[in-house]
Design a protein around this ligand. Structure first.
Ligand code: HEC
Ligand code: HEC
Length: 467
């Protein structure tokens, strides 16, 4: 099987690591979850990934404590508001640094400032520096750029696989089909038998430093607050730079990663073909080895020693959250209706990050003052739900993960006004079409929305257009 060479953030595969998927907790478990205890082992689906290469990752054990649950809700929370804006200015985590247009490869110190991190994030890579042999684009900002570096874009990836005897198998070389290559004969092709297919849109990463600083306990509290028929699931995934310590995933359409540096390592390999300490093995071309030692790859691994992926993480941690558009009377009335019909159960309006000084990511990162105890308005619970739109591709191809095939992370609605291809596959052209596609766990909310008068529905759309 061609499996196990690609990561799961962008590539979806998770060699060498395990994932614990906590299905939606039963009400019985709610009390223990709130008190911070680890859920009983029999209520976890525990998967042990292929261990050959990375015994150094912890495969089980409790997540590191991350402090008490922060508050969340539909109204303004007490405390400081996170910084917002599309102005390419730091939120205060890294200093701004030298004027952006004075930075070049000779004076660059990637870990020093926001502007230098942005430079690396925008840097167009070459084959000599490790690009390819199979890849999707030449820079992070090729896909994360609108309306500021780190944002979303219309670029879609495609993923494929097949179901045999009820079990999902990824395409040879991984479910992510790299769309480009450095040589014509190694461009990946989709096999006709691989009829489980989807597009996945490039997500927004602006403000993700705040999201990273949400304590696991806060996500559990949000989950427990949801009525059982709407309750989301958490996926517990290893923080690669944190010795594999499990933490709740919150990034990507499937909550595949919990930390920005892990996601960046995954992206550097799977989007650009650049190996790094967290993802040291070159991608294949549909299962064929094309890495260093073949005519396709002149650069030994790792092609990044770790500086760049740390710079990507720190740059994203310094980005401001998406800002609101003008908040009209209709938008205010629309938000009240959004709340009333139940959209806000999943699209949670306000979440407070953990306090500065809290150790997260398996103790590999300490919440800084710029990101601690901040209120954000992501309009997401960062949990997985089945709303009938699932793309059929589970977090991992093992049968234990079959339940994640139909699930998608509640799309954060912040920055919605900057996007016009909606839902994970980008196939909804309007807000109305996106709402109409909600079924499954969102059936109640959509029925209540449909029962609104057309004036009221227009107000809900006005609210969405202000995000
Ligand atoms: C070819 C387009 C493309 C390139 C290049 C790319 N990304 Fe992404 N990015 C995506 C897509 C698509 C997703 C959603 C993937 C998924 O969930 O399956 C994503 C998701 C993310 C996320 C998660 C954001 C969230 O909150 O969901 C982060 C962080 C991220 N990318 C960082 C990076 C970094 C760092 C780089 C450069 C090393 C990079 N990306 C390069 C397309 C791209
Ligand atoms: C049960 C949880 C849940 C409820 C309730 C819910 N949503 Fe969603 N919403 C999701 C999920 C999950 C997605 C992503 C689905 C996908 O991409 O396939 C989503 C996506 C969206 C999107 C597209 C965002 C984007 O960036 O593409 C919009 C708009 C949206 N929801 C609005 C609403 C509105 C309005 C309501 C109330 C009528 C609502 N949602 C109720 C879970 C929910």
């Amino acid at each position: 099987m061609g499996g196990w060479r690609k990561g799961r953030g962008h590539g979806m595969k998770m060699a060498k690591r395990s994932v614990l998927v906590f299905a939606a907790f039963t009400p019985f478990l709610a009390a223990t979850a709130f008190s911070g205890a680890t859920p009983a082992a029999e209520n976890q689906i525990v998967f042990y990934g292929q261990k050959s290469r990375a015994q150094r990752f912890r495969h089980d054990g409790p997540a590191a404590p991350e402090g008490p649950a922060g508050s969340f809700g539909t109204r303004a929370l007490p405390g400081q508001e996170a910084m917002t804006g599309y102005d390419s200015l730091t939120n205060g985590y890294l200093k701004q640094g030298p004027a952006y247009d004075t930075i070049n490869e000779d004076n660059l110190r990637p870990l020093r400032s926001y502007n230098e991190g942005r430079f690396v994030f925008e840097e167009v890579e070459s084959v000599e520096k490790g690009l390819g042999p199979t890849y999707n684009a030449q820079s992070c900002s090729a896909c994360h750029q609108s309306v500021a570096t780190g944002g979303a874009s219309q670029v879609a990836e495609h993923r494929t696989g097949r179901v045999v005897d009820g079990q999902f198998f990824e395409s040879l070389g991984g479910s992510l089909i790299q769309s480009r290559a450095t040589h014509p004969e190694i461009v990946e092709r989709v096999s006709p038998e691989d009829d489980v297919r989807t597009f996945r849109m490039s997500t927004n990463a602006l403000g993700d430093g705040y999201v990273e600083c949400i304590a696991d306990s806060t996500l559990t509290a949000i989950q427990m607050n949801q009525p059982t028929e709407v309750r989301g699931s958490t996926a517990s995934v290893p923080v690669l730079e944190g010795d594999g310590t499990p933490r709740f995933g919150r990034f990507g359409w499937k909550d595949q990663h919990a930390s920005l540096v892990s996601f960046a390592g995954d992206a550097y390999l799977n989007e650009m073909g650049i190996t790094n300490p967290l993802f040291p093995d070159e991608n294949t071309s549909s299962g064929l080895f094309v890495g260093f030692g073949t005519i396709y790859d002149p650069t030994p691994e790792p092609e990044d020693e770790g500086t760049d992926i740390t710079a990507f993480g720190n740059f994203l941690r310094s980005t401001k959250a998406p800002s609101r558009g003008s908040i009209t009377d209709d938008a205010i009335a629309g938000e009240a209706l959004f709340d009333q019909v139940g959209c806000a159960v999943c699209h949670v309006a306000s979440i407070r990050t953990a306090a500065a000084g809290t150790k997260i990511n398996g103790n590999s990162f300490t919440v800084p003052h710029a990101l601690g105890s901040m209120t954000i308005h992501p309009y997401s619970d960062f949990l997985l739900h089945d709303i009938g739109t699932g793309d059929g591709i589970p977090i991992l191809p093992q049968p234990e993960y079959a339940t994640t095939a139909p699930q998608i992370r509640t799309a954060p609605l912040w920055g919605l006004r900057t996007r016009n291809r909606l839902m994970h596959d980008g196939l909804s052209f309007t807000r109305q079409e996106a709402i109409a596609r909600h079924a499954g766990q969102a059936s109640g909310a959509v029925a209540a929305y449909s029962a609104l008068t057309s004036d009221q529905q227009t107000q809900v759309i006005a609210f969405l257009d202000s995000l």
